[in-house]
Ligand binder design. Sequence first.
Ligand code: NAD
Length: 481
Amino acid sequence: MEFLKNYIDGSLIAPISGQYLDNINPSTGNIYSQIPRSDDADLQLAVEAAERAFPLWSNCSVTDRSAILLKMAAGIEARMDEFVKAESLDNGKPEKLAAHVDIPRAVSNFHFFATAIEHFASESHYMEQVGINFTTRRPIGIVGCISPWNLPLYLFSWKIAPALAAGNCVIAKPSEITPYTAYLLGQIANDAGLPKGVLNIVHGLGPEIGNAIVAHPQIKAISFTGGTATGQHIARIAAPMFKKMSLELGGKNPTIVFPDVDIEATVKEIFKSSFSNQGQICLCGSRIFVHQKIYDAFKQAFVDWVASAKVSYPSDPKAQLGAVVSKSHMEKILGYIDLAQEEGGRILTGGSRIILEAPYHEGYFVQPTVIEGLSNECRTNQEEIFGPVVTLLPFDDESEVVKMANGTKYGLAASVWTKDLNVAHRMADQLDMGIVWVNSWLIRDLRTPFGGMKDSGVGREGGWEALRFFTEPKNIFIKYA
Ligand code: NAD
């Protein structure tokens, strides 16, 4: 049995308490490694290491920082197969997905912010005949990065890369459910020549080591991605300490289909927006609004397509969906499918756990599920399920669908499907979402602001937004003599 380690002060070390947590392979239900159950003592070591490293790293030239981050990108790329296998073993996702999305994107995150920082400029404001203002943007100090299990290294690196590029020292905590690729990242950092103490990775439970990171007085900013309830809890601790916070939280995203679409082509795209990563992407559309005129035709084509999808073990090259991340998450998803039926929903396809052949017979596989007949107000359509479950809802006109689409507490992302650009513009304008895709889904340009409105979060990640978050602006005014 492998024992993972914390990465503190440039070394891979065991937790001081000697306590570990089980790490489970969701495709088999077997324990396959042990994760440090870190506590305040481990965090203190990490904070002290980061304090020692900060003067060197924050004053290191941007070009030198950039060069090290580019080496980290190259280091992951050179070990692509190992990272792909580790990510899908830990998470249950098809290896194909980890190979096309998760790990290449982690490489891009380091590459993007390594180069972005070389172009990051601050403002100056000239006051005619009075003087000049110029704004410096210095690193904050020690920052905390806490990430979830659904896109493990992808989201972990999405925070760490801009934080390091901007000159901060980082204490990072991956999800205890998917720690493995974060463990490998420590080795990558050392091989790339990242000075010791600049990046520290501590493993363990959210309410223990995660909470301790949020509450530590020396950690000046928290970048968090995870559930809305956890985000609220973090804000309650960090806000009175006046910490900077970026909170990327849950969603209940609408997919809106107008009657002028090519049904066959659109069904294939909406299958991806609904069920990629087993529906465990914060951006997946889980409420599919279809115009009355094509409701029946769309429903038939969609249900046929979903019913033919292959759910299989991660190394199966034909797998379209893999296992969901944990037993408790599978039970939560199945509980929502029961609730949908209690609320009057009809299951059109799916609805159950799948038992694969040994050695995967105890894995957490759930059929992709499509439900109709529910109101937008019911719990199934209001609460985030975060699994392979979508509902179909008919609509008659634009104003009705805007009202329903906006009618949850969330505001993360939407996709709109139509050939009519006027409709697309009107919809995009009226949707209370941080991200709107038209005739597409999950096409990402790392320069754009990423994040949600309402209970989907506070702040934006990506591009200059991330570099601004991880720096402290100071305005300096010089009066003309
Ligand atoms: P979660 O909130 O349970 O955990 C996220 C991280 O926070 C984990 O590392 C966890 O250990 C840690 N944590 C838990 N309790 C904590 C506490 N009290 N203090 C500090 N840290 C704590 O979320 P999850 O189940 O891992 O992820 C699923 C959720 O993440 C979904 O709601 C999904 O929508 C959301 N998500 C949002 C985005 C986005 O960009 N908006 C992206 C991916 C996932």
